[in-house]
Design a binder for this molecule. Structure first.
Ligand SMILES: NC(=O)c1ccc[n+]([C@@H]2O[C@H](COP(=O)([O-])OP(=O)(O)OC[C@H]3O[C@@H](n4cnc5c(N)ncnc54)[C@H](OP(=O)(O)O)[C@@H]3O)[C@@H](O)[C@H]2O)c1
Length: 228
């Protein structure tokens, strides 16, 4: 049997690169993202193809994925966050956040659905606990992630008859460059030891992708454990 082909967006980021390392050797990887150099460096380590794309420009995605070929699994992992109170956050940030975190993933899903249906594959949306409850200062990010859950739920209902599985993973704070940026925006110190390690979130996603076909893990929340 041929190996699954798994496309990861934001593949060079903290969770994305951990997932690429976790799947290397058992999945054929398509490492998608905005900045080519780190994607090529990752490909040199884990194998796979590089696919440059910008989720902030949803209309450009059709050109980016044209001719991509077989895709068994699609992991929507790329994301951005810019904190700000509703009273202060400018419309450009709202638009960028909703494009990268929601409209881009919706368009990428639409474009890849024929390939995913043909493989009876799995789509995983990397959401956030901010997609379950919105805190002060998190409106644009939380709204994009609440919307991402709606996208996942509707997609699951629509595509189940074609055998496509759809899962949402909700990580809590994880030790990545995004969390480092969040802590800087909060004016607080960043100590990676205080957060979930990216390989733990990657292991969750890999389990969902590799799980037996008679089960769908619709919603999985990942919160910090206690290391003794
Ligand atoms: N870290 C956390 O605490 C945490 C908690 C809950 C959920 N999450 C979610 O986990 C996912 C992965 O985040 P992470 O923590 O691993 O962050 P990260 O290290 O900052 O990685 C994010 C990745 O997304 C890519 N990306 C950003 N904008 C893009 C665009 N317009 N088009 C294509 N790719 C783009 C980035 O590429 P560039 O480097 O080129 O910008 C980067 O590779 C995100 O969806 C995030 O919301 C993270």
């Amino acid at each position: 049997m041929s190996r699954p082909v798994t496309l990861i967006t934001g593949a060079a980021g903290g969770i994305g690169s951990a997932l690429a390392h976790t799947l290397a050797g058992t999945h054929d990887l398509i490492l998608a993202g905005r900045t080519p150099a780190p994607l090529h460096a990752l490909a040199a380590e884990v194998g796979g193809r590089v696919l440059p794309l910008d989720l902030g420009q949803p209309a450009s995605l059709a050109g980016a994925v044209a001719g991509v070929g077989r895709v068994t699994n699609l992991v929507h992992n790329a994301g951005m966050v810019q904190l700000g109170a509703v009273a202060e956050q400018e419309t450009a940030v709202w638009q960028a956040t909703l494009n990268v975190n929601l409209a881009g993933p919706a368009e990428l899903t639409r474009l890849l659905l024929p390939a995913l249906r043909a493989e009876r594959g799995t789509v995983v949306f990397v959401n956030s606990t901010a997609g379950l409850a919105a805190s002060a200062g998190w409106a644009s990010y939380a709204a994009s992630k609440f919307g991402l859950r709606a996208l996942a739920d509707a997609l699951r209902a629509e595509e189940a008859p074609d055998g496509l599985r759809v899962s949402t993973v909700y990580p809590s704070r994880t030790a990545t460059p995004m969390q480092q940026s969040v802590r800087a925006q909060e004016g607080a110190a960043y100590d990676p030891a205080n957060y979930i390690a990216p390989p733990s979130v990657a292991a969750t996603i890999a389990f969902i992708l590799n799980a037996p076909r008679d089960a769908t893990f619709t919603d999985v929340t990942v919160r910090p454990g206690h290391v003794t």
